[in-house]
Design a protein around this ligand. Sequence first.
Ligand code: HEM
Length: 437
Amino acid sequence: MRGTVGYRKMRHMRNMPVKQSTRSNGRPHPPAWPDPDVVTCPFDFHQALDFDPLLADLMARGPVTRVRLPYGDTGAWLVLSFDGVRRVTTDPRFSRAAIVGRDSPRLTPEPIVSPESVNVLDPSRSARLRRAAARAFTKKRVERMAPAVERVTHRLLDAMADHGPPADLARHLATPLPHHTICELLGVDPADRPVLLRRTHQMPATAPAARRAAADAKRYLREYFTGLVVERRRAPGDDLISAMAGAGDGAGGEGDEPLSDEELAVLAMTLVLSGNDTATCQIGNIVYSLLTRPGRWAAPADDPGRLPAVLDELLRLIPFRKGVGIPRVALEDVEVEGVRIRAGDFVHVSYLAANRCPAVFRDPHELDPDRPAHPHMTFGWGGHHCVAAPLALAELRVAVGALLARFPGLRLAVPAGEVEWDTATIRRFPPRLPVRW
Ligand code: HEM
């Protein structure tokens, strides 16, 4: 396991010029941390669900620091405090659109998002797409989706029960549930789902050699969804693509120009990518967390009403991905947490660090479902907050609730230290989770 000491050494590597921060009056700004060196951040820590010691180290340096990531031709600011992250994610002077066409600082060789994805549009342009997606994920619609999620979950758990112990929970539930759910909702033919899943998994890989496969996968998915959109235009159904097109159930996006075929295809592809990636990790991570903390599995089984609070606190605490996501670019000089960020600089935020910000969460590294309610940032914040959070929550509640009800004696089939963790991608999750009951 790589420890904090190794990272301490790394942080003294002077591998890029440090920008001198200045106050708005032009005079040098006092540094917000004692050592202004740029920190080299591989963000490849994968020890179970421990908090990355490098992130802990960065948090100890101060709320904003300068980092260098594995890919991209320049460094970035990294904002770690809850307040700082809230600021960057809601201030229109930090633009996602401005990263398009630039070799932005990132963790994967191939940028995961397409230039037209909602993730890299600024609110002025993304609002229309987000409204279309929001129409697909309203509370009412998600409630209507619940039977589909439950149907898929129970089908998968039937297969796990038939298989008998020991069984791999990742293969039986965590991987297929989010994929089949979003495919079911988008109306993807079951025969096409395996190849879509394989292609989706090629996207978040971090090794340089993975670039070509990721680019091919991106092209494949885009062509696939373009074809599906054309089909749905011709024959709308009771599926999300038809709903987002405003054609299926009369939810027609009044006041908004209808989405073009291309916009719809990229949105559908983004939903499949985002829907798989995170929800799969979180199902495995949550089950692992509950099974490895004494008494935790039994507690919500005895009192199912506690499940939402337990899940919410686990979502706050679990580091479900490595390091950072998609950056922004400062459109003008902006001061964040006392640090002057210059126009043109890249800025990353860490939702993982913000979720453990001691200014907001008491004993932030402790799992405490009874802590005073405060929103966390696991679904992001501001203009790019997860559009499908209601669906994600429904998936997690149904998956964990059904497991508790059907497998109350669930336990790991190997010692916790022998569970393997993903090393190939930006995600943190157990690709295999052997369980018995
Ligand atoms: C537990 C599961 C999930 C977690 C933890 C999660 C987390 C996140 C986070 C942190 C972001 C914001 C990233 C940013 O700042 O750019 C995001 C955005 C997004 N998520 Fe989720 N998500 C989950 C499930 C899903 C599912 C199931 C779907 C779709 C079916 C989905 C679709 C999206 C989309 C389309 C965006 C982009 C929104 C935008 O940039 O405007 N997510 N999600």
